[in-house]
Design a protein around this ligand. Structure first.
Ligand code: SF4
Length: 457
């Protein structure tokens, strides 16, 4: 009697993931990758081998939507190359306006909003095995999801650093910003959950914990138990080990002297702050609805300088906001030249549908004028950044090595450099320097945005 052949086990479907946008969106991608792994799917970074292409989008400004459009178009072209392939689009672009995305990309098989991030495995299984999945496409409710330390998560950041989302959403409603409309209201994780996650990450060999939120200074304000950012920072600073904690996305309205002192005096919290000011003209700040004026902003920024001369300050400005005059811009340019920020980013205003500012018709700033103002600010920053970098030549700095480039040169960052946005240190070192993470590097050369050196550890 012929032996019955056991049916061949169907190999898991392969998902290739593209992650766009900010670190908060990257954490969502990591949660989806972690969840897919436990839902019978496997991941690949080889599109040719993939069965499903998942594009996790950003959608908060025009240039981000253009980037999402490019990636979705590439994915749809990929889909047409082999029968049975599927394209799934998730993230802020979908959350912001699902029906519009459906109209724009009829070839996309599934659109998933932010609250389905933890259910991505089920949604894909529903898509693959049929059922009503694709039918469910009405506009999405306000986002409320926020992961915690028990959520499966696959880190996608190189080697030694990770992002930790401490809160989600925003209650500020600055008049130019769509984030509250996309990410929903402020909601914080419990301090215990964040500390547990950080401990787990340190146990996995992570050496830098980057705390992210839409406004990290509002952390805990919705928890009502007197939990706040200072308390969280103190508890993280008490953890054992040699590691960095970095504070990103603060808001000037809620930054306290207590937090500033912690940044200046802690052993693990690096003396670095990312504080988007958006502008310095009182009139423009009022127009933007930032909830903080020029005088308060200047006092706060001076108290950062007074707290420690090692405290590195990163900010971003928005130029071309409706009503911004030559005098407002001159005030901003003068402030950049006098305050001498350590790190600086500049965006040009684009009217975002659904925001109060998009309805403004008076005092509109032509795009070329806005672009010129952006260029002028960046040109003013370059010699400041170069001078700061040159002052480090001949000194030895602690560097966290992130990777080795194609020429086997090591690439890392100082405490004053956040991943992906700030300066780099390019240095020669031994093979195990990368594995080890922290290195002492003697700086031999400086350019406006990078340092060069030799490992001395
Ligand atoms: S604080 Fe930031 S995220 Fe919140 S509305 Fe203002 S610009 Fe947007």
């Amino acid at each position: 009697m012929a032996r019955r052949r056991k049916p061949l086990a169907r190999s898991p479907l392969l998902v290739c993931v593209v992650s766009l946008g900010c670190p908060k969106n990257l954490v969502d991608t990591e949660v989806m990758c972690g969840t897919l792994g436990t839902s019978g799917f496997a991941l690949t970074n080889n599109p040719a081998a993939a069965d499903i292409m998942l594009v996790n989008t950003c959608g908060f400004i025009e240039s981000a939507r253009d980037e999402a459009d490019d990636e979705i178009t590439v994915a749809l072209r990929w889909k047409r190359k082999r029968r049975g392939r599927r394209v799934v689009v998730t993230g802020c672009l979908v959350q912001r306006d699902l029906p519009e995305v459906r109209k724009l990309y009829p070839g996309v098989d599934l659109l998933v909003g932010l609250d389905d991030v933890p259910r991505i495995g089920e949604r894909l299984a529903g898509l693959v095995h049929g059922g009503a999945e694709s039918a469910r496409e009405e506009p999405l409710a306000e986002a409320t999801y926020l992961y915690d330390d028990t959520t499966p998560r696959l880190l996608l950041t190189p080697g030694h650093y990770a992002y930790v989302k401490i809160a989600e959403g925003c209650n500020h409603f600055c008049r130019f910003c769509t984030i509250p409309l996309i990410r929903g209201r402020q909601r914080s994780r419990t301090q215990a959950s964040i500390v547990r996650e950080c401990r787990n990450l340190l146990d996995q060999g992570i050496l830098e914990l980057n705390l992210v939120a839409q406004d990290s200074t509002r952390y805990g304000s919705d928890l009502g138990e007197g939990t706040g950012l200072a308390g969280l920072l103190r508890e993280l600073d008490s953890l054992e080990g040699h590691f960095w904690v970095r504070l990103l996305y603060t808001h000037p309205k809620h930054l306290t002297q207590e937090i500033i002192d912690l940044l200046a005096t802690s052993s693990h919290i690096v003396p670095y702050i990312d504080i988007p000011l958006q502008h310095i003209s009182d009139r423009v700040l009022k127009g933007m609805g930032r909830g903080v004026g020029a005088a308060q902003t200047r006092r706060l920024m001076d108290s950062l300088r007074a707290a420690s001369d090692r405290l590195a300050v990163r900010t971003t400005f928005l130029v071309g906001y409706p009503g911004e005059t030559d005098a407002d811009f001159a005030e901003l340019l003068d402030y950049v030249e006098s305050y001498r920020f350590d790190r600086l980013g500049v965006f040009t205003y684009s009217p975002e549908p659904g925001t109060p500012a998009a309805a403004l018709t008076e005092g509109l700033v032509p795009r070329d004028v806005a672009d010129t103002r952006r260029r002028q600010l960046l040109e003013a920053q370059q010699p400041i950044s170069l001078a700061r970098n040159r002052s480090l030549i001949g000194t030895t700095v602690t560097v966290l090595a992130d990777l080795a480039d194609e020429d086997d040169q090591l690439v890392g960052r100082t405490y004053a450099d956040a991943p992906d946005v700030d300066n780099l240190v390019l240095f020669t070192g031994r093979d195990d320097d990368l594995a080890q993470g922290f290195c002492e590097v003697r700086i031999t050369e400086a350019t406006p945005y990078d340092l060069h050196g030799v490992a001395v550890c």
